[in-house]
Design a protein around this ligand. Structure first.
Ligand code: GLN
Length: 189
């Protein structure tokens, strides 16, 4: 199993450590040449979605990544990664990957609750123990189309979902020591 990790900006190193812990091979993607290597899945990490998008555009990565996802490449987007995969982002018309039928609200928790940790359920992963969830200026999903499976809801807001082989979450599982959500993604690959 070989997983590509988009490493333009943000929390990519922590994803790499988590996957290595689970025995998966990984490589970092900074340009088109990196991305063209064979892979079984792709991780789009958290960070700043606007900055990531700008670099993706500059590197000519947007269309090739979008094409591979639409052809079935399994992808896991966390936080900013989720924003990039969403077909709709409230109040924004920016071009992005837009492969998943979800509508997302950026920075949805406002300033005061900008960063917080909690624990929750995640459909398909047996609990207890609950999953630790770290939110950092996080988005949440406020609407999903019919074939999107809702995986986790915290305080009435959707924070994780899946559509076929596309997995997204608002929070940062790579910043915890619990590998179960990464294992869930590897199972999709
Ligand atoms: N607030 C960031 C954005 O809008 C996402 C934050 C994160 O990835 N932790 O891109």
């Amino acid at each position: 199993m070989k997983i590509a990790i988009l490493a333009l900006q943000g929390a990519f190193a922590e994803h790499q450590q988590m996957l290595q812990r689970l025995g998966a091979e990984t490589f970092l993607v900074r340009n088109l040449q990196d991305f063209s290597q064979p892979k079984d899945g792709l991780i789009i990490p958290g960070g700043e979605s606007t900055a990531m998008l700008r670099i993706m555009n500059d590197e000519g990565l947007l269309l090739p990544i979008q094409t591979e996802i639409l052809h079935g490449l399994p992808v896991f987007g966390t936080c900013a990664g989720m924003i990039l995969l969403a077909k709709q982002v409230e109040g924004e018309q920016r071009r992005r990957l837009a492969t998943m039928d979800i509508c997302v609200r950026r920075n949805a928790y406002g300033r005061q609750l900008g960063s917080f940790s909690t624990e929750g359920e995640f459909r398909g992963i047996p609990t207890p123990p609950l999953l630790p969830m770290t939110f950092i200026r996080a988005p949440y999903i406020n609407n999903v189309e019919a074939d999107v499976e809702i995986l986790s809801v915290i305080d009435g807001h959707i924070v994780a979902a899946r559509q076929d082989k596309q997995l997204v979450c608002s929070f940062h599982p790579e910043l915890t020591s619990d590998p179960r959500i990464h294992q869930y993604f590897l199972n999709l690959c």
